[in-house]
Ligand binder design. Structure first.
Ligand SMILES: Cc1cc2nc3c(=O)[nH]c(=O)nc-3n(C[C@H](O)[C@H](O)[C@H](O)COP(=O)(O)OP(=O)(O)OC[C@H]3O[C@@H](n4cnc5c(N)ncnc54)[C@H](O)[C@@H]3O)c2cc1C
Length: 597
């Protein structure tokens, strides 16, 4: 088994040097000094590498099984789940009123990456529970909050989200599950939900399902959907378990990855449920959970990219194969022995692959903290601009990080050669585990449509204009250093220009014929994602140059500067290709007759 080195130092750099959370956002982070946060991250990293990682491969091999109507998770999961729970890690950023620790998401995000890298299938049980916690907290009555939240916060109970049905995943207007009013303000829920993550398991005492259903007589389509709390076991108002509800598992899916997470067909047979939020407003309530989950799914892409990179990096330094064509200083020192093969990290193509991973991961990590910071500013300081901007960024965060995260695991697999393909190396698990993030929580295609259809135009396009203004202001105020200008500012400016041209096209031709916009939606999302990472890398590059000039931790900052340069030169120009595709509009996509496919 390989090891995992939690990237604590990188997170500390992003939090305290790049974003200076203590100084620039002291209203939220005054109590979170470096000295206080670093030990938290170190301890979370230790748990991830020593307790959670050892369960990852076993979980992949064993998977989940359905025995006599009950789901059994992999043997090693219970102990690791309990250690995560007893350390109160899932409640880091839950409200102290319900037993949480009240720590901002920005800090909890780092912990999420560590746990996701160590075993994403296991961590999803906690992620979903947190989503259910947030949704009940946002929309529940005070009785619902006091009944359900304390045990969710303690991880004594877990949670699920139930949207998908056999006939509908994306198009929720076709939901068939019914909720019939019953006694004491409860409802009888009947229907089948499929692909429900963590739908059933043996890790916790109770499972709180959030289920979308229609009350008879409600309006057609999504306007008639309501949300219900349906516990696996009925509980008393003070949280005591009473009797089983009419909820059963029809099947546990066999699937490509995340084997340790039970993906279930759930049958509701007049199960007792309680309305959460207002009647017919279920979808907007569920969006509390979906937005949080979309951020978590982007993190999933990043977490798998990181662990896969660590394995690939180690392999590239161990595997001896092929002579270097051009000798480096190090080779010359190695006795000028040109006949000897060297470790594969000497080969330009291997270095390219490692840098593609490294530059994506470190840029994406800065994006993770930036977006979490905006979420915290929205929540703690009611900052409307932060809320609007992060709402624009969420579909990009989910889709760009999961697409590139998966791609990154495939590149890591390539670095391992044949060893990357056989199961012994554990690399293929990361590829398989990363793949689902592109599909669930709304496919990445749907994220792109959400971005161009709703998010860009929200508040008259104010938030995209604000973003462009912010990047331009950075460009105008960037340092006079010629190297920095050439390596960072010029490519950023050019990519921003591509973003503006694509926006121009979408507003002119997309409005005239939506297919012009829809045909290039995914390309637009990737173009935007690259501009964001280019902007963040430029900030990192600028900071690194300052620190190098101050002669502080030069190795670390030099590595940052070089990695950023790689991103700006080799990854960012993808905006040109993406722009060309956006500008090509609908013709090449829509003209071919359906019969010709
Ligand atoms: C392992 C796993 C775990 C899951 N966990 C959960 C869970 O916990 N809870 C839950 O409710 N669901 C869950 N899902 C379901 C998941 O969210 C859906 O599979 C996903 O949203 C896509 O829905 P679908 O499978 O019905 O595909 P479809 O909706 O049939 O889509 C098929 C393809 O068509 C595209 N498409 C559909 N409509 C449009 C459109 N209007 N415009 C352009 N393209 C379109 C999609 O992007 C996709 O590429 C899970 C799925 C899996 C595989």
């Amino acid at each position: 088994m390989h090891t995992y080195q939690p990237p604590v130092k990188d997170f500390m750099f992003i939090l305290y040097d790049l974003f200076q959370i203590n100084e620039k956002h002291s209203d939220i982070f005054a109590d979170y000094s470096k000295d206080m946060v670093e030990p938290i991250l170190i301890e979370a990293g230790r748990l991830a590498s020593e307790v959670i990682l050892p369960t990852n491969k076993a979980g992949d091999i064993e998977g989940c099984t359905l025995e006599s109507g009950k789901v059994k998770t992999p043997n090693s999961f219970k102990e690791a789940f309990n250690k995560i729970a007893s350390g109160e890690w899932p409640s880091l950023n839950c409200d102290p009123e319900f037993g949480g620790q009240g720590i901002p998401l920005t800090i909890a995000t780092a912990v999420g990456e560590f746990f996701g890298s160590a075993n994403v299938a296991l961590y999803i049980y906690h992620v979903l529970s947190h989503g259910v916690y947030s949704t009940i907290k946002a929309h529940g009555t005070s009785k619902q909050k006091s009944t359900f939240l304390p045990n969710l916060v303690k991880s004594k109970w877990t949670g699920t989200m139930n949207l998908t049905e056999p006939q509908c995943g994306t198009d929720l207007a076709m939901i068939k599950t019914r909720a019939v009013p019953s006694i004491n303000d409860s409802y009888k829920i009947s229907g089948q939900k499929i692909y429900i993550s963590a739908g059933d398991h043996d890790l916790a005492e109770n499972i709180i399902h959030l289920v979308l259903a229609k009350i008879p007589g409600s309006p057609d389509g999504v306007k008639g959907i309501s949300l219900f709390i349906v516990p696996k076991f009925i509980v008393s108002p003070n949280g005591e378990i009473l009797n089983p509800n009419n909820v059963s598992v029809g099947k546990v899916e066999r699937k490509m990855g995340i084997h340790g997470n039970a993906t279930c067909v759930m049958n509701y047979d007049e199960a007792t449920g309680y309305l959460l939020g207002l009647e017919n407003k279920g979808l907007s309530c569920m969006f509390t959970m979906m937005n949080e989950a979309r951020h978590a799914v982007g993190m999933q892409g990043l977490s798998q990219a990181e662990i896969a990179y660590q394995y690939a990096n180690q392999h590239a330094k161990d595997r001896v194969q092929g002579k270097p064509i051009v000798l480096t200083d190090r080779d010359t020192k190695r006795n000028n022995d040109t006949q000897t093969s060297d470790t594969i990290i000497c080969h330009p193509d291997i270095r390219r692959m490692l840098l593609e991973q490294k530059s994506f991961i470190e840029g994406a990590r800065a994006f993770a903290i930036w977006s979490s910071l905006l979420i915290d500013k929205g929540n703690y300081s009611n900052d409307e601009d932060a809320k609007g901007l992060v709402s624009l960024l969420i579909p990009i965060f989910k889709a760009f990080l999961s697409d590139k995260g998966f791609e990154s695991t495939v590149i890591a697999q390539q670095v391992l050669g044949g060893q990357g393909y056989v199961e012994d190396s554990e690399m293929s698990q990361f590829v398989r585990d990363a793949r689902i993030a592109m599909i669930y929580e709304g496919t990445n295609g749907i994220q792109a449509i959400d971005l161009i259809g709703r998010k860009l135009t929200a508040s008259g396009g104010k938030y995209v204009v604000n973003f462009i203004r912010e990047v331009k202001s950075f460009i105008n105020n960037s340092s006079n250093d010629e190297i920095f200008k050439t390596d960072f500012v010029t490519p950023l400016n050019s990519a921003l220009d591509d973003l503006e041209k694509s926006l121009d096209y979408l507003s002119k031709y997309g409005l005239a014929d939506p297919n012009n916009a829809l045909s290039g939606a995914s390309d637009f999302l990737h173009l935007f994602g690259h501009v964001i990472l280019g902007y963040l890398w430029s900030q990192i590059g600028k900071k690194s140059l300052t620190r190098i000039n101050e002669n502080r931790d030069v190795d670390f900052y030099q590595a940052k500067f070089e990695t950023g340069k790689f991103y700006m030169k080799r990854s960012l120009p993808e905006t040109k290709l993406r722009l060309a595709r956006v500008l090509s509009g609908k013709d090449s996509v829509m003209n071919i007759n359906q019969d010709r496919f």
